[in-house]
Design a protein around this ligand. Structure first.
Ligand code: ATR
Length: 257
Protein backbone atom coordinates (compact mmCIF):
# COMPACT_ATOMS: atom_id res chain seq x y z
CA UNK A 1 0.00 0.00 0.00
CA UNK A 2 1.36 3.43 -0.93
CA UNK A 3 0.54 6.63 0.90
CA UNK A 4 0.31 10.15 -0.49
CA UNK A 5 -0.81 13.49 0.94
CA UNK A 6 -1.17 17.18 0.25
CA UNK A 7 0.58 19.51 2.68
CA UNK A 8 -0.68 23.06 3.20
CA UNK A 9 -2.49 25.64 5.27
CA UNK A 10 -5.38 26.18 4.85
CA UNK A 11 -6.03 22.71 3.45
CA UNK A 12 -9.63 21.77 4.26
CA UNK A 13 -10.80 23.20 0.90
CA UNK A 14 -8.45 20.96 -1.12
CA UNK A 15 -10.04 18.60 -3.63
CA UNK A 16 -6.74 16.77 -4.22
CA UNK A 17 -7.60 13.80 -1.93
CA UNK A 18 -10.91 13.25 -3.73
CA UNK A 19 -9.35 13.48 -7.18
CA UNK A 20 -6.27 11.30 -6.56
CA UNK A 21 -8.23 8.66 -4.61
CA UNK A 22 -10.67 8.41 -7.53
CA UNK A 23 -7.76 7.89 -9.92
CA UNK A 24 -6.13 5.26 -7.64
CA UNK A 25 -9.46 3.43 -7.75
CA UNK A 26 -9.82 3.86 -11.52
CA UNK A 27 -6.39 2.31 -12.14
CA UNK A 28 -6.83 -0.32 -9.37
CA UNK A 29 -3.74 0.89 -7.49
CA UNK A 30 -3.24 0.06 -3.82
CA UNK A 31 -2.73 3.63 -2.59
CA UNK A 32 -4.41 6.33 -0.58
CA UNK A 33 -4.19 10.12 -0.40
CA UNK A 34 -4.99 12.39 2.55
CA UNK A 35 -4.89 16.11 3.35
CA UNK A 36 -2.39 17.16 6.03
CA UNK A 37 -2.76 20.55 7.65
CA UNK A 38 0.77 21.86 8.16
CA UNK A 39 0.93 25.40 9.53
CA UNK A 40 3.75 27.75 8.48
CA UNK A 41 5.99 26.98 11.49
CA UNK A 42 5.36 23.22 11.39
CA UNK A 43 6.99 22.18 8.10
CA UNK A 44 10.37 21.04 9.53
CA UNK A 45 8.67 18.91 12.17
CA UNK A 46 6.29 17.37 9.63
CA UNK A 47 9.08 16.56 7.17
CA UNK A 48 11.15 14.71 9.83
CA UNK A 49 8.98 11.59 9.52
CA UNK A 50 7.84 12.06 5.93
CA UNK A 51 10.06 9.35 4.34
CA UNK A 52 8.79 6.78 6.87
CA UNK A 53 5.12 7.59 6.38
CA UNK A 54 4.63 8.70 2.77
CA UNK A 55 5.60 7.79 -0.82
CA UNK A 56 4.82 11.17 -2.29
CA UNK A 57 2.97 14.45 -1.77
CA UNK A 58 1.61 17.62 -3.23
CA UNK A 59 2.69 20.88 -1.64
CA UNK A 60 0.52 23.96 -1.57
CA UNK A 61 0.13 27.38 0.12
CA UNK A 62 2.34 28.48 1.85
CA UNK A 63 5.09 25.83 1.55
CA UNK A 64 5.95 25.67 -2.16
CA UNK A 65 9.25 27.49 -1.74
CA UNK A 66 10.28 26.46 1.79
CA UNK A 67 9.81 22.75 1.06
CA UNK A 68 12.92 22.75 -1.17
CA UNK A 69 15.26 22.81 1.87
CA UNK A 70 13.72 19.48 3.01
CA UNK A 71 14.28 17.57 -0.25
CA UNK A 72 17.31 15.62 -1.52
CA UNK A 73 17.09 17.01 -5.06
CA UNK A 74 14.73 18.89 -7.36
CA UNK A 75 14.10 18.82 -11.11
CA UNK A 76 15.79 21.33 -13.38
CA UNK A 77 12.44 23.03 -14.00
CA UNK A 78 11.58 23.26 -10.27
CA UNK A 79 15.02 24.77 -9.69
CA UNK A 80 14.46 27.44 -12.34
CA UNK A 81 10.98 28.18 -10.96
CA UNK A 82 12.16 28.13 -7.35
CA UNK A 83 9.06 26.27 -6.17
CA UNK A 84 7.97 22.66 -5.75
CA UNK A 85 4.39 21.35 -5.71
CA UNK A 86 5.08 17.62 -6.07
CA UNK A 87 7.33 15.28 -4.06
CA UNK A 88 8.18 11.76 -5.20
CA UNK A 89 10.18 9.18 -3.23
CA UNK A 90 12.93 7.31 -5.09
CA UNK A 91 14.39 4.74 -2.70
CA UNK A 92 14.82 6.76 0.47
CA UNK A 93 15.44 10.04 -1.39
CA UNK A 94 12.88 12.80 -1.84
CA UNK A 95 12.74 14.48 -5.26
CA UNK A 96 10.85 17.73 -5.91
CA UNK A 97 9.01 18.62 -9.13
CA UNK A 98 6.82 21.47 -10.31
CA UNK A 99 3.69 20.43 -12.20
CA UNK A 100 1.94 23.81 -11.69
CA UNK A 101 3.73 25.19 -14.74
CA UNK A 102 2.39 22.47 -17.02
CA UNK A 103 -1.05 22.81 -15.41
CA UNK A 104 -1.19 26.56 -15.99
CA UNK A 105 0.00 26.32 -19.60
CA UNK A 106 -2.48 23.54 -20.36
CA UNK A 107 -5.38 25.59 -18.94
CA UNK A 108 -4.33 28.56 -21.09
CA UNK A 109 -3.88 26.38 -24.19
CA UNK A 110 -7.31 24.78 -23.84
CA UNK A 111 -8.81 28.30 -23.80
CA UNK A 112 -6.99 28.86 -27.11
CA UNK A 113 -4.96 31.79 -25.88
CA UNK A 114 -1.71 32.23 -27.80
CA UNK A 115 1.01 33.68 -25.58
CA UNK A 116 3.81 34.73 -27.91
CA UNK A 117 4.22 38.52 -27.85
CA UNK A 118 1.15 39.03 -25.62
CA UNK A 119 1.04 41.18 -22.48
CA UNK A 120 0.14 39.23 -19.35
CA UNK A 121 -0.51 40.58 -15.86
CA UNK A 122 0.20 38.18 -12.97
CA UNK A 123 -1.36 39.03 -9.60
CA UNK A 124 0.77 37.72 -6.73
CA UNK A 125 4.41 36.86 -6.17
CA UNK A 126 4.33 33.60 -4.20
CA UNK A 127 5.16 30.03 -5.15
CA UNK A 128 2.25 29.65 -7.56
CA UNK A 129 3.12 32.96 -9.23
CA UNK A 130 6.64 31.70 -9.86
CA UNK A 131 5.38 28.74 -11.88
CA UNK A 132 2.90 30.86 -13.83
CA UNK A 133 5.48 33.59 -14.59
CA UNK A 134 8.06 31.01 -15.67
CA UNK A 135 5.50 29.29 -17.93
CA UNK A 136 4.23 32.51 -19.54
CA UNK A 137 7.77 33.79 -20.13
CA UNK A 138 8.90 30.48 -21.63
CA UNK A 139 6.08 30.82 -24.19
CA UNK A 140 7.17 34.33 -25.19
CA UNK A 141 4.62 36.44 -23.27
CA UNK A 142 5.61 39.85 -21.86
CA UNK A 143 4.91 39.44 -18.15
CA UNK A 144 4.06 42.14 -15.57
CA UNK A 145 3.79 41.35 -11.84
CA UNK A 146 1.42 43.13 -9.44
CA UNK A 147 1.72 42.21 -5.77
CA UNK A 148 0.62 43.61 -2.40
CA UNK A 149 4.24 43.50 -1.20
CA UNK A 150 6.02 45.42 -3.93
CA UNK A 151 9.52 44.26 -2.90
CA UNK A 152 8.52 40.65 -3.68
CA UNK A 153 7.23 41.66 -7.13
CA UNK A 154 10.53 43.46 -7.79
CA UNK A 155 12.56 40.44 -6.72
CA UNK A 156 10.61 38.13 -9.05
CA UNK A 157 10.79 40.61 -11.91
CA UNK A 158 14.59 40.64 -11.61
CA UNK A 159 14.79 36.89 -11.38
CA UNK A 160 12.49 36.12 -14.33
CA UNK A 161 13.43 39.18 -16.40
CA UNK A 162 9.94 40.64 -16.48
CA UNK A 163 8.33 43.87 -15.30
CA UNK A 164 6.59 45.23 -12.19
CA UNK A 165 3.11 46.74 -12.57
CA UNK A 166 1.92 49.68 -10.47
CA UNK A 167 -1.43 49.51 -8.67
CA UNK A 168 -3.00 51.89 -11.19
CA UNK A 169 -1.73 50.01 -14.25
CA UNK A 170 -3.94 50.22 -17.37
CA UNK A 171 -5.76 46.86 -17.36
CA UNK A 172 -7.01 47.42 -20.91
CA UNK A 173 -3.48 47.03 -22.21
CA UNK A 174 -3.29 43.32 -21.24
CA UNK A 175 -4.43 40.30 -23.22
CA UNK A 176 -4.31 38.01 -20.18
CA UNK A 177 -4.72 38.59 -16.41
CA UNK A 178 -4.06 35.72 -13.97
CA UNK A 179 -4.75 35.70 -10.23
CA UNK A 180 -2.25 33.55 -8.31
CA UNK A 181 -2.98 35.04 -4.87
CA UNK A 182 -5.25 33.38 -2.31
CA UNK A 183 -7.60 36.40 -2.34
CA UNK A 184 -11.13 35.17 -3.09
CA UNK A 185 -10.70 31.70 -1.62
CA UNK A 186 -12.15 32.23 1.83
CA UNK A 187 -13.68 35.64 1.50
CA UNK A 188 -15.80 37.35 -1.10
CA UNK A 189 -12.91 39.63 -1.97
CA UNK A 190 -11.24 40.27 -5.29
CA UNK A 191 -7.52 40.73 -5.89
CA UNK A 192 -8.32 43.47 -8.44
CA UNK A 193 -10.99 45.84 -7.11
CA UNK A 194 -12.91 48.11 -9.45
CA UNK A 195 -12.48 45.85 -12.46
CA UNK A 196 -15.54 47.17 -14.28
CA UNK A 197 -14.47 50.81 -14.15
CA UNK A 198 -10.89 49.96 -14.96
CA UNK A 199 -11.71 47.91 -18.03
CA UNK A 200 -14.09 50.61 -19.19
CA UNK A 201 -16.99 50.28 -21.54
CA UNK A 202 -16.92 50.55 -25.30
CA UNK A 203 -15.74 48.23 -28.00
CA UNK A 204 -12.24 47.52 -26.67
CA UNK A 205 -10.92 43.96 -26.76
CA UNK A 206 -11.17 42.47 -23.26
CA UNK A 207 -8.36 40.49 -21.64
CA UNK A 208 -8.81 36.79 -20.92
CA UNK A 209 -9.04 36.44 -17.12
CA UNK A 210 -7.89 33.35 -15.22
CA UNK A 211 -8.02 32.44 -11.54
CA UNK A 212 -6.02 29.59 -10.05
CA UNK A 213 -8.42 29.36 -7.07
CA UNK A 214 -10.88 26.50 -7.63
CA UNK A 215 -12.94 26.73 -4.43
CA UNK A 216 -15.17 28.52 -5.14
CA UNK A 217 -15.04 27.89 -8.87
CA UNK A 218 -16.61 31.26 -9.68
CA UNK A 219 -14.60 33.67 -7.54
CA UNK A 220 -15.73 37.26 -7.25
CA UNK A 221 -12.82 38.14 -9.55
CA UNK A 222 -14.07 35.80 -12.31
CA UNK A 223 -17.70 36.84 -11.84
CA UNK A 224 -16.77 40.48 -12.32
CA UNK A 225 -14.56 39.68 -15.31
CA UNK A 226 -17.36 37.70 -16.94
CA UNK A 227 -19.80 40.58 -16.33
CA UNK A 228 -17.31 42.83 -18.15
CA UNK A 229 -17.42 40.55 -21.18
CA UNK A 230 -14.02 38.87 -20.57
CA UNK A 231 -13.43 35.26 -21.51
CA UNK A 232 -12.66 33.46 -18.23
CA UNK A 233 -10.62 30.39 -17.28
CA UNK A 234 -11.71 28.77 -14.00
CA UNK A 235 -9.19 27.31 -11.55
CA UNK A 236 -10.31 23.69 -11.99
CA UNK A 237 -8.56 23.56 -15.39
CA UNK A 238 -5.10 24.17 -13.93
CA UNK A 239 -5.91 22.12 -10.82
CA UNK A 240 -6.83 19.01 -12.78
CA UNK A 241 -3.91 19.33 -15.21
CA UNK A 242 -1.30 19.75 -12.44
CA UNK A 243 -2.85 16.81 -10.54
CA UNK A 244 -2.67 14.59 -13.63
CA UNK A 245 1.00 15.49 -14.07
CA UNK A 246 1.75 14.65 -10.40
CA UNK A 247 -0.16 11.35 -10.76
CA UNK A 248 1.97 10.47 -13.78
CA UNK A 249 5.19 11.11 -11.80
CA UNK A 250 4.02 8.79 -8.98
CA UNK A 251 2.36 6.01 -10.96
CA UNK A 252 3.47 6.24 -14.59
CA UNK A 253 -0.20 6.47 -15.63
CA UNK A 254 -0.38 9.10 -18.35
CA UNK A 255 -4.10 9.51 -18.87
CA UNK A 256 -6.05 9.89 -15.62
CA UNK A 257 -8.14 12.74 -17.05
P1 ATR B 1 1.57 30.18 -2.99
O1 ATR B 1 2.75 29.31 -2.72
O2 ATR B 1 0.33 29.35 -3.16
O3 ATR B 1 1.75 31.12 -4.12
P2 ATR B 1 2.28 32.18 -1.07
O4 ATR B 1 3.70 31.95 -1.42
O5 ATR B 1 1.92 32.29 0.38
O6 ATR B 1 1.36 31.04 -1.64
O7 ATR B 1 1.79 33.50 -1.86
C1 ATR B 1 0.54 34.03 -1.67
C2 ATR B 1 0.38 35.28 -2.56
O8 ATR B 1 -0.93 35.83 -2.30
C3 ATR B 1 1.36 36.40 -2.29
O9 ATR B 1 1.62 37.08 -3.48
C4 ATR B 1 0.59 37.30 -1.31
O10 ATR B 1 0.98 38.65 -1.32
P3 ATR B 1 2.21 39.18 -0.38
O11 ATR B 1 3.46 38.83 -1.13
O12 ATR B 1 1.99 40.63 -0.27
O13 ATR B 1 2.08 38.44 0.92
C5 ATR B 1 -0.80 37.20 -1.88
N1 ATR B 1 -1.82 37.49 -0.87
C6 ATR B 1 -2.23 36.72 0.14
N2 ATR B 1 -3.20 37.33 0.87
C7 ATR B 1 -3.39 38.54 0.28
C8 ATR B 1 -4.28 39.66 0.54
N3 ATR B 1 -5.15 39.63 1.55
N4 ATR B 1 -4.20 40.72 -0.29
C9 ATR B 1 -3.33 40.76 -1.32
N5 ATR B 1 -2.48 39.75 -1.61
C10 ATR B 1 -2.51 38.65 -0.84
Amino acid sequence: MKHYCVIGFPISHSLSPQLHNSWFKKFKLRADYVAKEVKPGELSFFMKNFVKNFDGANVTIPHKENIIAHLDSISEEARKIGAVNTIAKKGSKLIGYNTDVLGALQAIKVAQVRLKGKKALVLGAGGAARAVIYGLSSKGARVFILNRTVSKAKKLAREFKCEVAENDVDLKSFQLIINTTSVGMKSRETPLPNLKNRLGSGAVKRPVVMDIIYTPLMTKFLKEAKACGCKIITGDKMFRAQAAASFKIWTGQTKPL
